[in-house]
Design a protein around this ligand. Structure first.
Ligand code: AMP
Ligand code: GLY
Length: 425
């Protein structure tokens, strides 16, 4: 089978790494890591004509789209219209991520638990709403902002400033609609489900670390690390997520004529009393969650994706993860990330890497002389495995130390909540 993975980050390297066991893999545009296990094609994710040409030229049987932007821009529709199998939702269904205003409306109409919110198209109305609601509040640009468009505001005046900045163009067109919502207390959880629009196959739940700094401090990023398993994700909680969140959302999308086929990522807040609420939906695999989920999920992922894309009466399997199998990934970011990442730093990686680890590349490329260089904010993801999160975290950190580049920054506390829970029990 020939598979094309669209994208070039750590998530796409993990997808290629998973598929390479069973298929010939192409990656567009890929990175220096995917180049070692797949054939990179120098086609940007925005070039839909070029991608369709490549699918024809290389006889691609299945295209798997990594990032949200090409999905929102209709890449899956385009490939399907050309009679090609693609794993990823239509542009209409991808609005679940591409428009927070749409997602909020859908959740409200479907009775899916989420923070109380209102959507605005002008600053004065947003300010009036903010004045009438309790602090803290969260102000969000409705459109796509690479995970940076949600601002948690401790005070009303910060919230008004954030809304005004968004209407003033801080996030460009993504901020022409602004969602103001109630702050939710609790612990975050990422639940990703493969779906044909009707049934779901839930992948191992994981937890991301959005803040740049240790102890979850500083500005939000695309994600600085992730781990699985998460002990708060009990079977009964996950059954509730399926029943109260995933299935009603898929039904509501189908009722609107946009059946969802792909992976639906529910970014949840688990309230202090254990109720799951939606913070946001994503229309794709998470990054860096994928770099821990795929290596432990004991399913033939490619078969599942293929059957969802082929729409041949897919029956989801149960995903079994061996007990005592944990994974932790630590993101190695460039100096200046998330605001102004430095690019072009030479990277060196030790010849012998620690046992029970995999180094996934994200923003890397190789010069013609063989030098490995950073080209993006998140540069590499150091994944470690072990019988528990604490051991996997130690392996991940050990691997992170084997990589050197100027200004390398990473968190040494990925998995800290789980490790603290394990110590307390
Ligand atoms: P989003 O772009 O909606 O995923 O938000 C990014 C991050 O901001 C989330 O992962 C949370 O850490 C935080 N956040 C967003 N909305 C809320 C909320 N209503 N309450 C608390 N934290 C939030
Ligand atoms: N890890 C957050 C995301 O993929 O959006």
């Amino acid at each position: 089978m020939n598979v094309l993975v669209v994208g070039g980050g750590g998530r796409e390297h993990a997808l290629c790494w998973t598929f390479a066991r069973a298929a010939h893999v192409y990656c567009a545009p890929g990175n220096a890591g995917t180049a070692e296990i797949a054939t990179n094609l120098a086609i940007p994710v925005t070039d839909h004509d070029g991608l369709l040409d490549a699918v024809r030229t290389h006889d691609i049987d299945l295209t798997v789209v990594g990032p949200e932007a090409p999905l929102a821009a209709g890449l899956a529709d385009r490939l399907r219209a050309a009679g090609r199998y693609v794993f990823g939702p239509s542009s209409a269904a991808a609005r679940i991520e591409a428009s927070k205003a749409f997602a909020k409306r859908l959740m409200r109409d479907a009775g899916v638990p989420t923070a109380a919110a209102e959507t605005f198209t002008d600053a004065d109305r947003a300010a009036a709403y903010i004045a009438a609601h309790a602090e803290p509040l969260v102000v969000k640009a409705s459109g796509l902002t690479a995970g940076k468009g949600a601002i948690v505001c401790g005070t009303r005046s910060e919230a008004v400033d954030a809304a005004r900045a968004m209407f003033g163009g801080r996030f460009g067109a993504a901020g022409t609609e602004v969602v103001v919502e109630q702050f939710l207390d609790g612990e975050e959880l990422s639940v990703l489900a493969l779906t044909d629009g009707e049934r779901v196959m839930i992948l191992p739940p994981s937890q991301d670390h959005k803040r740049i700094g240790e102890g979850d401090t500083g500005p939000n990023t695309g994600g600085m690390g992730a781990y699985t398993p998460v002990s708060i994700a009990t079977p009964s909680l996950i059954a509730r997520v399926e029943r109260e969140i995933l299935l009603p959302t898929l039904r509501a999308l189908a009722d609107q004529g946009c059946r969802y086929r792909g992976v639906l990522y529910a970014g949840l807040m688990i309230s202090p009393c254990g109720d799951p609420l939606v913070i946001e939906f994503n229309c794709r695999f998470g990054d860096p969650e994928t770099q821990v989920i795929l290596p432990v999920a004991g399913c033939e992922l490619l078969d599942e994706l293929w059957r969802i894309a082929a729409d041949d009466g897919w029956i989801p399997d149960l995903v079994s993860v061996p007990a005592n199998r944990a994974a932790v990934t630590t993101v190695l970011a460039a100096a200046g990330y998330p605001d102004a990442p430095q690019r072009g730093q030479a990277i060196t990686i030790a010849d012998r890497l620690p046992a029970d680890t995999v180094l996934f590349h994200a923003g890397t490329r190789r010069d013609s002389d063989g030098t490995l260089r950073s080209v993006g904010g998140r540069v590499l993801c150091a994944t470690g495995f072990g019988p528990d999160v604490s051991t996997a975290a130690a392996a991940s950190r050990l691997l992170a130390e084997q990589v050197t580049f100027d200004g390398k920054q990473y968190r040494r506390d990925i998995g800290w909540r789980e490790i603290a829970r394990a110590r307390a029990s």
